[in-house]
Design a binder for this molecule. Structure first.
Ligand code: NDP
Length: 250
């Protein structure tokens, strides 16, 4: 029964990606530089980010504890946690004083999404999907996916680090980011995020992980477009050759 429900949730997840991409192309999510009044009560963005991202880490730990706890599953959990322990509990504390309040609605929506996402992914990886024997960890799918995952994670972390260093303590404004993959695109941190979840989907061969990768792209590609336009409108000398998200292409 749960397997059937789960299969429908994954189908719905793919459909939601399409709707989300359309909605966020019309209206950028109202946080960071795209924050606007009229989205209800706000919360400090440090607290907002912890609130938003911690269900991803805590939820996955729960589904693992309730599942098979085999070798391959433990490796999948470690990869997930390599991203989310940082995202939920380190990254929010490192954001510079330029942080601005975020709508509580966004933090709660994000928390709900992450709770759902950890359920869909964790249940498939640790309980509902086929058990992966240790030889899976030497398969081309796993090795190739893991390489893509690590490359995406490194790009995401490095690019976020360059952004965080743009502001001195107490500074609030925006500057033109330079260095790393900013040479080619305005949002290499988003590109890294998309690549890492594509890698995760490859290494787990999980339909739920593919849905998450699609949803991540649906969420971040429109935001990269909005950031890119904002940079071009705000900085007259913004590098003309720089693309939004995909080097040399878009
Ligand atoms: P942004 O790139 O908009 O901002 C990242 C941080 O850098 C913020 O603190 C921002 O400040 C600051 N910053 C950005 N650009 C500049 C600049 N030009 N000058 C000075 N400071 C700057 O990323 P998000 O906040 O949207 O996302 C943060 C991380 O979370 C990213 O790694 C992203 O990939 C990930 N994420 C993942 C999602 C998913 O679907 N899996 C969804 C959303 C985010 P300020 O907040 O003041 O703008």
């Amino acid at each position: 029964m749960e397997a059937l429900l789960h299969a429908w949730l994954v189908r719905g997840y793919f459909a939601a990606a399409v709707v989300t991409a359309a909605a966020l192309t019309l209206v950028p999510a109202p946080y960071g530089r795209h924050a606007r009044a009229g989205w209800g009560p706000t919360v400090g963005s440090t607290l907002g980010w912890v609130l938003m991202e911690s269900p991803a880490a805590l939820g996955m730990a729960l589904w693992y504890a309730l599942g098979r706890r085999d070798v391959a599953g433990t490796v999948f959990l470690a990869a997930w946690m390599a991203h989310y322990l940082h995202r939920a509990f380190v990254y929010p504390l490192r954001r510079r004083a330029g942080e601005r309040p975020m709508p509580l609605a966004i933090a709660l929506l994000g928390a709900g999404f992450n709770a759902f996402n950890s359920y869909v992914n964790g249940r498939w990886l640790f309980t509902l999907g086929p058990p992966r024997d240790p030889p899976w960890l030497a398969s081309p799918a796993f090795v190739g996916g893991a390489a893509v995952f690590v490359a995406g994670l490194a790009l995401n972390l490095h690019s976020d680090e360059l952004l965080l260093r743009l502001r001195a303590p107490g500074e609030r404004g925006y500057k033109v980011p330079e260095g790393g993959a900013f040479r080619w695109v305005s949002c290499p941190n988003y590109l890294g995020e998309i690549v890492l979840w594509v890698g995760f989907a490859g290494m787990t061969a999980s339909p739920a992980a593919w849905a998450f990768a699609a949803y991540t792209a649906a969420n971040l590609a429109p935001r990269a477009r909005a950031h890119h336009r904002w940079y071009r409108d705000t900085f007259p000398d913004y590098p003309r050759a720089r693309r939004a998200l995909v080097p040399f292409v878009w």
